[in-house]
Design a binder for this molecule. Structure first.
Ligand code: NAD
Length: 428
């Protein structure tokens, strides 16, 4: 659960402040980077299926666009807050910078729960979001994408609305579009595969064979499913996954010591990444409490659900066997937990590096859309591998040479690049 007193933006700012100090950034640069350049908050009225009108709260935060148009997803979540969106927008700036793509950071959201909305109602929210934001987003200034509980279908409705308002075709307005409608092959796999490209490189550095490792994963949605797929292909074994149970409103961990069967579990998983508990029991999965994923005796932990999941209160339960944590989710680890993980000597692959595969592939989608020429899937994924691997190596090289925690090393690279862009533009 996301606790009420957790503020992801304060956490993102604390992470930034620490590195700003290490880099001795001047006051003006700190001020411009620790807050968003622009923020929008608005209401989206929707005529519901039952004839009533419901008003949903929408957000868009453009954290920084010194290196290129803002880029970032739009999340649908009942507990969405402007501070979550602010934090995620800031992390997007660092993410684009660490992989060296010419984009800035943005994020959007709507406070809503798609579990309880029909597809027509969701379409109205998408179109309403675009009507409110149309003057302030677009291919040259801010390019949205899918995120938690939004999909290619949501992106297509948003694109359709944007093009209807602006009277022309703008395939570069949004990414994560369906394949055949301007989408890129490989986008669905990109984030999860990207996580595993970085895990593969970390294992190489630790001189461990993937086939001799086990992993435990929090979340069983888009990122987790494709991370597990590629990790399995490399010979790794996932023994536990956890996910949210919509009926009970808590999370559970599903464990099989001999290794989960991805295809078998996918058959009993809904489109929100929720696993059917009764059916899992029939398939002989042990069903444990939601936090059990973090306590497993595995080599690799992959938090791939939500922010604020690895905290001071549960990080001490991480097994001494764990060697790598690869953050598939954004902001899963609090600064308090970071200290514990650092003391344990675990190799941390921080979120804005580990999960940068999604935005990198979104950038490829923009490139392909602009050329109106689309690459084969293998080409997309091999280009993705090159970008992720070189970003990982730059960060781990700096971490090794300067004896830094990997998160700090990644921040140093990103913040330096964005600070330089602000300076070169004459902003600071
Ligand atoms: P998703 O909606 O497809 O899946 C989320 C999963 O997390 C589901 O299985 C859900 O049951 C589970 N979950 C939710 N709350 C939980 C809890 N409290 N405990 C355990 N499990 C819980 O989302 P996704 O696209 O896979 O994204 C997951 C994370 O990765 C998010 O933090 C997102 O911002 C981040 N991310 C996603 C992408 C992308 O391309 N999809 C890119 C970068 C970062």
């Amino acid at each position: 659960m996301i606790s009420k007193d957790f503020n992801p933006f304060e956490m993102a700012q604390a992470q930034f402040d620490k590195v700003a100090e290490m880099l001795s950034l001047d006051e003006g640069t700190r001020e411009i980077l620790r807050n968003a350049l622009r923020e929008y908050q608005f209401s989206i009225p929707v005529h519901m299926d039952d004839g009533t009108v419901k008003v949903f709260r929408g957000f868009r935060v453009q954290h920084n666009d010194a290196r290129g148009p803002s880029k970032g997803g739009i999340r649908f979540h009942p507990q969405e807050t402007v501070d979550t969106v602010r934090a995620l927008a800031m992390w997007m700036t660092w993410k684009c910078a660490v992989v060296g793509i010419p984009l800035g950071g943005g994020k959007g959201g709507v406070v809503c729960d798609p579990h309880n909305l029909s597809m027509r109602e969701q379409e109205q929210i998408c179109r309403g979001w675009v009507r409110q934001m149309t003057k302030n987003v677009g291919p040259l200034n801010d390019v949205p994408a899918p995120d938690v509980m939004t999909s290619a279908q949501h992106m297509l409705w948003m694109l359709d609305e944007y093009e209807a308002i602006n009277g022309a075709k703008y395939p570069g307005f949004i990414t994560g579009k369906p394949v055949g409608m301007g989408g890129s092959l490989g986008r669905t796999e990109a984030t999860g595969y990207g996580v595993i490209f970085t895990v593969r490189e970390a294992l190489k550095e630790l001189r461990i064979k993937p086939s001799e490792t086990t992993a435990s994963v929090q979340g069983f949605g888009n990122v987790a499913q494709y991370a597990i797929k590629l990790y399995n292909q490399m010979g790794g074994k996932v023994i536990a996954v956890s996910c949210w149970d919509q009926t009970d409103q808590i999370s559970y961990t599903f464990k099989k010591e001999s290794g989960i069967d991805l295809d078998e579990l996918l058959k009993i998983t809904d489109r929100f990444g929720g696993i059917d508990r009764a059916k899992a029991k029939e398939l002989n999965y042990e069903i444990l409490d939601g936090d059990a994923w973090i306590e497993q005796d595995v080599d690799i932990l992959i938090p791939a659900a939500l922010e604020n999941q690895v905290r001071g209160d549960n990080a001490s339960k991480i097994s001494s066997k764990v060697k790598i944590i690869a953050e598939g989710a954004n902001g899963p680890t609090t600064p308090e937990a970071d200290k514990i993980i650092q003391e344990k000597g675990i190799f941390m692959i921080p979120d804005f590096l580990a999960n940068a595969g999604g935005v990198t592939c979104s950038y490829f989608e923009q490139v392909q859309s602009n050329m109106n020429y689309f690459w084969e899937k293998d080409e997309v994924l091999s280009k993705l591998d090159v970008k992720m691997t070189s970003a990982f190596l730059a960060v781990s090289d700096l971490a090794r040479k300067k004896k830094l925690y990997m998160r700090d090393a990644a921040y140093i690279i990103s913040i330096s690049r964005v600070a330089q862009a602000c300076k070169d533009r004459g902003w600071v």
